[in-house]
Design a protein around this ligand. Structure first.
Ligand SMILES: Nc1ncnc2c1ncn2[C@@H]1O[C@H](COP(=O)(O)OP(=O)(O)OP(=O)(O)O)[C@@H](O)[C@H]1O
Ligand SMILES: O=P(O)(O)OC[C@H]1O[C@](O)(CO)[C@@H](O)[C@@H]1O
Ligand SMILES: [Mg+2]
Length: 529
């Protein structure tokens, strides 16, 4: 596998097993050798893995250079600089039309900003990306840049309304598109984008139907959006505009943006959608178009880098918890009951980990980041046998991407090119039944797969607030003249980030993190190696 170079990466681990290629960041120093040893241990654990090769790309920083911190910070500032219309176009700003001081009963949003109102964000405002000072690379979850774990400030741009804007609101045509899978809160974000655009004075707002596909399918017309249209859409789950995977080429999408005369494009989606948004931004730049492309990260999997969480994740966890509760009740009420719940999480086990933690009812949590064995003295089945003997019941939660090496490999891809996973839930269910039959111990296995139920619901309170802030900030970012950016929450502050930095690789549960250790403490499960 080719090693992709990433300037945010001090080292990069290229790990090959007989069945799989894993390309992982060593996000920051954390003693490469320690980390390699740990990965080797983890991967040897998986029963199908018998060939491991590991390569660590040498750190690019020369820590002997007395100025290395300065160089690191300069490089960091460059990487996190937000692309702006003025990078390629000679456009001049004008005073903003957004002011909460100037709102009148008609809400026309056209009042002049008041100099005495301190509600604007300064372009030089920053928020800290990393807030823990680790004393040692061996501290749990440590991310260190150098072997001494020196403190290096990493600042990112604060999100919010600016005093100067780069568009004439009355002339703006803004479009919103939602791509990928569903996620609770999509409608809340659409609604806030529309409200905020109108607050600036934008009249021409449209929705693109069914993801990127809607740009080029003649049967899919633009949907006019206004306060009235979106007023109550947050009361239902799903997306008013529809979603899809796959779709037209970037150049066809940009042709369509040009033909439709769109000035601002708000893109709601996960890592694939953001890769698309960034490519659209690049192509618009190449064509010298005055277009702001702004993302709002959407994924119940919570697999976007650098953010505290993505919208929809909390709601998905809450829904998942209901399924776990049902599995628990079934297991408790049956003789030798075993409840098994499969949850979404293609390559990241955040939903499974958080739902296990929040329910407090899980004995075994299985995630893609931590391989496990079914058979043998340290295997999952042996532990289940022990739980049935000692507690009389057991509840297991498995993320859909976990234990894929235990299943027959398939080459199938979805329309976006994502690998179609094997059904680990069904496999584990069958193996548990077979095992208990073989040992002559009765076991009543109840399997629950709430997959689409956890994401087709309406956003809960905390997600609704997050969606509101992100939707508003997306509009502020576009009016400020940024493009190729996304908006998120970072250490409880709201920030703008350049898209490439958040999609370098999917965010995964770190098996060395305190959160995973807390989950293990809560379930009491052993390592299944
Ligand atoms: N590398 C890429 N470059 C350009 N467009 C992409 C890329 N990857 C995916 N896309 C497009 O982005 C859209 C959504 O991608 P995908 O289906 O992977 O969902 P996602 O945004 O990752 O969300 P989810 O979290 O639901 O998987 C699709 O229309 C797909 O064609
Ligand atoms: O069936 P679909 O729509 O392709 O979505 C399934 C995928 O969506 C996700 O929830 C990401 O949105 C993954 O966890 C899951 O693999
Ligand atoms: Mg994706």
């Amino acid at each position: 596998m080719a090693i992709t170079s990433s300037t945010n990466t001090i080292g990069l681990l290229n790990l090959q097993t007989n069945g799989k290629h894993w390309n992982m960041d060593l996000p920051l120093f954390r003693s490469s050798h320690l980390k390699v040893r740990r990965f080797k241990r983890i991967f040897k654990c998986a029963s199908q893995v018998n060939d491991i090769s590991v390569e660590v790309v040498k750190p690019e920083i020369d820590f002997k250079d007395p100025d290395w911190k300065k160089h690191f910070q300069e490089d960091f500032d460059n990487r996190f600089r937000l692309p702006h219309l003025t990078d390629i176009l000679d456009v001049k700003p004008r005073p903003t039309t957004f002011s909460l001081k100037s709102r009148g009963p008609l809400g026309d949003g056209n009042g002049a900003p008041m100099d005495t109102w301190y509600g604007y964000v300064n372009d030089d405002d920053r928020a800290l990306l990393k807030v823990i000072k680790f004393a040692s690379p061996n501290s749990a979850g440590a991310e260190c840049i150098d072997p001494d774990c020196s403190w290096v400030e990493q600042w990112v741009h604060r999100a919010g309304p600016r005093k100067q804007i780069y568009y004439e609101p009355k002339e703006v045509k803004a479009a919103i598109v939602t791509c990928g899978g569903l996620c609770p809160g999509l409608n809340d974000v659409i609604r806030q984008i529309v409200f905020t655009l109108e607050k600036y004075g934008v009249k021409n707002i449209v929705g693109i139907q069914f993801g990127y596909r809607g740009f080029c399918d003649e049967n899919l017309r633009e949907v006019p959006l206004s306060h009235q249209v979106v007023q109550n859409i947050n009361l239902a789950g799903g997306s008013l505009l529809g979603v899809s995977r796959g779709g037209p080429s970037i150049s066809d999408i940009v042709d369509s943006i040009q033909a439709k005369a769109i000035d601002m494009l708000f893109v709601l989606g996960g890592n694939g959608t953001h890769a698309g948004a960034n490519a659209i931004h690049d192509e618009c730049r190449k064509r010298k178009m005055k277009v702001s492309v702004v993302g709002v990260p959407k994924t119940i999997d919570n697999d976007i880098q650098l953010m505290d969480k993505t919208f929809g994740f909390d709601t998905a966890v809450e829904e998942a918890q209901r399924a776990i509760n049902s599995a628990y009740i079934e297991a408790q009420s049956a003789y030798h009951g075993i409840g098994l719940v499969k949850l979404m999480g293609r390559s990241s086990g955040f939903i499974a980990m958080h739902a296990s933690l929040s329910s407090g009812q899980i004995d075994i949590c299985l995630i893609p980041e931590v391989p496990f064995k079914l058979e043998g003295p340290n295997g999952l089945l042996q532990h289940l046998e022990h739980l049935i003997k000692t507690k009389g019941k057991a509840v297991v939660c498995v993320a859909e991407g976990a234990g894929q090496e235990l299943l027959q490999k398939s080459a199938a891809l979805d329309a976006s090119g994502n690998v179609v996973l094997g059904d680990i839930g069904v496999h584990i269910q069958q193996q548990i039944k077979r095992h208990f039959k073989n040992i002559g111990v009765p076991a009543d296995v109840k399997y629950i797969d709430p997959t689409y139920m956890v994401r087709a619901c309406r956003a809960n309170a905390s997600d609704a607030i997050l969606c509101t802030v992100l939707g508003q900030n997306a509009v502020h970012g576009a009016f400020a003249g940024f493009s190729g950016i996304t908006t998120g929450i970072c250490n409880i502050h709201y920030v703008y980030l350049p898209i490439p930095e958040v999609i370098r690789s999917p965010r995964r549960v770190d098996p060395n993190s305190r959160m995973w250790h807390r989950c293990l403490t809560s379930t009491g499960q052993p390592d299944f190696c």
